[in-house]
Design a binder for this molecule. Structure first.
Ligand code: GAP
Length: 592
């Protein structure tokens, strides 16, 4: 198959998946009764259960198994949070409006979709305007020329007012991370002031995307599962021995920039040793995440880690690798693994005045020289009036930062844009020896940030299969038992009171064993199997006359992928199917 044929075949898989998702209750555009609204999706009964299972699997691995704390913070936060985080000023996408139909589009996407530019997001706005003009790019909706149209920076945050009136602006959080960062002063207490520690959160994030697209891949309300891991950059090292043998496909920035560059396979250990992944913490979490993705059903032949190019990184990140999955011949980002340095905690400390540090105790107390000031208020008061305290703070900060500023007769400080000279003899400047038990450290943050919706989409897309059974085409989702929303379907063979009563009792016993069960008595048995195949239900149990008429007559258990059937004892079903669900037993190994 040519690349193009492959892409179009894959694209039709996507279209078929979206249809199946609607038909079988995975996901569909929300508020359909009112015409639907772009970028908002409802997860139906199967989708909500699948998403819940993916979230549980994430929680087990990234919170419980790693010994991290999980929190649940509000989704609306006040404006100062986002002034500090940089989202108010810098969380923008490039918007271009069609002069004819008035439709808004992401200018970088228009460029990427119609030229050889792969990373237009990293280009400055004037350059994007030039590319649009040079290539004579047109509106994707109506075909009108976009050359000469202004490209604007559009802030993606949804704004609201907290309480009546507009004096207290707030925003729906664009990432769950900020809910963790702002609570750091309290969270560090729960961690007993000991670094490293991690805090996780699974919750909604909101972005007013200019052009939401590809169903749940780019929406305006979505779920993130984020881990903020706080480390002392001077002291904390991850134990890479647990992940060094994990095999990964990497596509580093150097390969993306090289003319004949390509992705390649290696191990986490080798990638660190060769300096391909420079930060050991980022390497550690890439190593933890890969088997997790595999366990929830992402096809490892369609999975890679791609490093961000320099211009692509978020305003807070010093390095970032994305987990990407292949969908329809394109790569989509499912998660980002960023090194955020001390950007967020420093900014929140600066803006809030609270302490976003951890006190790090030295092994032995240290004697250090400290420059201090003890200004004469009898001088500062008359000179500066109500600004005298601000001057004291400026002098303290200057002494700590640059003691040589006090070498001359006078020291210069800047107050609201005006420079003032203060005689050094009035500042009480001194350098003293002090014995200190430790120091206040602003932790650095390493952040694995997962998009739950894109993971769910990838799991469904990679699970989608078509084959032929008994001369009939069938569609089935090869979902892993750990995440499949419905684990077993129970059917009476025919509409018959006795069969229905036995099947109902079996369904109840399986539910009591903690399995998710669907009971179905409508339509012929073949149709019921096909229905569950499309839902991705790993097993179906059929109760027939032999089941009720013979002692230990058993039931037929059918496995979804192979369609193989086995006769199993009714009493053993809860235990046997639970063992298969837990991965302790395989259907193939079952004795009839
Ligand atoms: N705290 C870091 C952060 O938010 P991000 O790369 O902007 O980083 C993390 O987002 C993940 O959230 C992405 O990898 C993606 O899976 C998901 N995501 C981001 N925007 C999304 C959108 N509009 N629709 C669905 N998922 C989205």
């Amino acid at each position: 198959m040519s690349e193009q044929e492959h892409a179009s075949a894959a694209e039709s898989t996507s279209e078929k998946l979206v249809e199946l998702a609607k038909r079988r209750g995975y996901f569909f555009q929300s508020s359909g009764a009112y015409g639907g609204v772009g970028g908002f999706y409802t997860f139906g009964p199967q989708g909500a259960a699948l998403k819940g299972n993916v979230e549980d699997a994430w929680r087990d691995r990234f919170a419980v198994a790693e010994g991290n704390m999980e929190i649940d913070a509000p989704t609306i936060m006040p404006e100062p949070v986002f002034e500090a985080s940089g989202h108010l000023d810098g969380f923008d996408d490039m918007l271009v409006e069609c002069p004819d139909c008035g439709e808004s589009h992401r200018a970088d996407h228009v460029v990427e979709d119609n030229t050889d530019y792969e990373d237009a997001e990293s280009l400055p706005i004037p350059e994007v305007e030039d590319v649009i003009a040079e290539y004579e790019l047109v509106c994707p909706s109506c075909g009108a020329g976009l050359a000469g149209q202004a490209v604007d920076a559009f802030n993606l945050m949804f704004a609201t007012n907290i309480g009546p009136g507009d004096s207290d602006p707030g925003y729906l959080r664009p990432e769950t991370a900020q809910g963790i960062f702002v609570e750091f002063p309290r969270l560090k207490e729960y961690a007993r002031n000991q670094l490293p520690f991690g805090v996780t959160q699974i919750g909604r994030a909101y972005r007013n995307e200019i052009s939401p697209r590809r169903s749940i891949i780019r929406t305006r309300e979505f779920t993130q599962a984020e881990l903020e891991y706080f480390i002392d950059p001077e002291a904390d090292e991850p134990d890479l021995s647990d992940v060094e043998d994990v095999e990964v496909t990497l596509y580093p920035a150097s390969e993306q920039n090289a003319e004949d560059g390509d992705e390649f396979r290696t191990t986490i250990g080798e990638a660190v040793a060769e300096g391909i992944i420079t930060d050991p913490w980022v390497a550690y979490f890439l190593g933890v995440a890969k088997p997790w993705y595999e366990a929830v059903g992402v096809d490892m032949d369609r999975f890679r880690y791609r490093q961000h190019l320099a211009g692509e990184r978020a305003h807070y990140a010093s390095d970032c690798w994305d987990a990407e999955s292949e969908i329809d011949g394109n790569w989509i980002e499912m998660a980002g693994f960023a090194h955020r340095g001390n950007y967020d905690l420093s900014k929140h400390a600066e803006h809030s005045g609270d302490r976003f540090t951890v006190f790090k105790q030295y092994d032995e107390p240290k004697t250090v020289e400290r420059a201090t000031v003890d200004p004469e208020m009898s001088y500062l008061g008359p000179e500066f009036g109500g600004d005298a305290q601000a001057v004291v703070e400026k002098l303290e900060a200057l002494a700590a930062r640059d003691r040589s500023a006090f070498d001359g007769d006078a020291v210069a400080i800047d107050l609201e844009g005006e420079s003032h000279e203060i005689p050094v003899e009035k500042t009480g400047f001194a350098v003293e020896e002090q014995t200190e038990a430790g120091e206040h450290v602003t932790p650095h943050v390493v952040e694995p940030s997962f998009g739950v919706d894109r993971t769910v989409y990838t799991v469904l897309h990679h699970a989608y299969h078509e084959d032929e059974v008994d001369g009939e085409e069938r569609t089935f989702l090869e979902l892993d038992p750990e995440v499949a929303p419905t684990f077993v379907g129970v059917f009476p063979l025919q509409n018959d009171d006795e069969l229905e009563s036995e099947a109902t009792a079996i369904a109840a016993a399986l539910r009591d064993a903690g399995l998710s069960v669907t009971y179905d008595e409508s339509g012929n048995i073949g149709r019921r199997y096909r229905r569950q195949d499309e839902v991705g239900t790993p097993f179906c149990v059929t109760v027939d006359y032999e089941s009720i008429e013979q002692d230990e007559g058993g039931v037929t258990v059918r496995e979804r992928d192979s369609t193989d059937q086995k006769r199993l004892a009714i009493d053993d079903l809860p235990e046997t199917l639970s063992a298969i669900r837990a991965g302790d037993l395989a259907f193939d190994d079952l004795e009839e």
